[in-house]
Design a protein around this ligand. Structure first.
Ligand SMILES: [Cu+2]
Length: 133
């Protein structure tokens, strides 16, 4: 299967060789569908804060939907949407400020447990993070 990451970019960030037939990969990786396969990733490489994200908010979703990290891991969320999101984790209790397009927010996961992640702007945006020893 062709990889959607094998894309040639020009220095100005435009795509020199848009990938072909990578829709199935997009579905497999992010459940995005062919229409959103490569266009969202272009922004990641040419804008934003430069922090390497652990998770992304894209198309009003947390990606990956659920995740498991080791205690003490620093998780960085990246807003890949052209709208603002606010990350809220009721327990252990932290939230980001309003995150604009390209913003990142990091938090050290120091408490073991299974926690809900919400966006306080969009009620449908939820995921879970499990922190293990
Ligand atoms: Cu949101």
């Amino acid at each position: 299967m062709a990889s959607g990451n094998n894309i040639a970019y020009r220095p100005d960030g435009t795509v020199s060789t848009a990938p072909q037939n990578t829709g199935a990969c997009a579905v497999y990786r992010i459940d995005a569908g062919p229409q959103n396969d490569w266009t969202f990733r272009r922004d990641r490489y040419h804008h934003g804060s430069g922090a390497v994200p652990t998770a992304t908010m894209s198309h009003y979703r947390f990606l990956p939907g659920d995740m498991t990290v080791k205690k003490g891991s620093v998780v960085t969320w990246y807003n890949d949407d052209p709208v603002q999101h606010i990350i809220f984790v009721p327990a252990p209790g932290f939230n980001s400020d309003a995150m604009t397009y390209g913003a990142t927010y990091s938090h050290s996961m120091d408490m073991v447990g299974d926690f809900e992640i919400r966006c306080t702007i969009h009620p449908g945006m939820r995921s879970r993070i499990k922190v293990v020893e």
